[in-house]
Write a protein that binds this ligand. Sequence first.
Ligand SMILES: Cc1cc2nc3c(=O)[nH]c(=O)nc-3n(C[C@H](O)[C@H](O)[C@H](O)COP(=O)(O)O)c2cc1C
Length: 306
Amino acid sequence: MFGDNQIFAAPLAGITDLPFRRIVREFSPAAPLVTEMISCHSLVGGHKNCLRNFDRYDDEGNVGAQIFGADVDLMRDAAKILADAGAKWIDINMGCPVPKVATRAGAGAFLMRDHKLAEKIMRAVVRAVDVPVSIKTRLGWDDEHRDWRDLVDIAADCGVRFAALHGRTRSQLYVGPANLPDVHDAPIPIIANGDIKTADDILRAEKLGYSGAMIGRAMLGRPWALRAITRGVAPENIGDVVLRHLMYSIEYYGERTAVPMFRKHAAWYCVGMPHSSEFRIRVNTISDADELKNEICKFWGCVECA
Ligand SMILES: Cc1cc2nc3c(=O)[nH]c(=O)nc-3n(C[C@H](O)[C@H](O)[C@H](O)COP(=O)(O)O)c2cc1C
């Protein structure tokens, strides 16, 4: 079975922000974590309304910062900014399927259609930073273009150190089962991604030649998932975890932004629990941090509030 440092937390836009990574880190000290995707335009432009443009990673352990974009110079400069901010490696997004990124901006998954541009970006980024560079990609654009291996070969030639492979095409988006190919003869280490939820999924990836596994949606409402999947351990007091996550979010975003933003996390944390729908309805009307804390304490009977 893979070691703790081979089980990655996937980048999830709107989710794997600094407060979420802080809580994941408490359970998985050695796991490689990836930031949300960061726009090279926003980062290089220093856009003030985007807090993540100013994150520092020095104290976060093994954290990779993910950039997306289609402009070679901006991608190079963005990578430098993130490496200077303490990111332990730089990941280039080559899999995001949303139209705003992949079709309108020619970035993310679109780079699977334009290997020449992908190559220019990878070469520029690898040359610009001293930390390792990885890519995160998919099987291909659609069923007719399952050419992930071509892109990985180019990546290896550019000096990219490893790749995460999501076992779906761009046209599959996030629907249908992920299908991971055998990667024994890939020129760089490949990390398996897509529907990895159990220890058996991880063992299957290992047998197919992967060098690690990357967990995405299984972390929603379960920031302990990386550890739970391999060791079967979950926290005793989930409410205390939820409260800490809320506290970290308030510290980072301020109460006005953090409380409404936290509703989705509260909804994921309570999935499958008795009276969860009533809890969700109540939480969706709350904008005050103390009120939200009280609801969380009432719902889970938190040790901290007892
Ligand atoms: C809400 C959401 C946000 C995502 N954001 C990103 C992102 O910022 N960068 C990226 O490379 N992939 C992103 N992904 C894709 C995931 O990292 C992962 O590849 C995908 O969810 C498949 O893994 P899973 O089945 O374990 O969730 C996102 C997926 C979801 C559902």
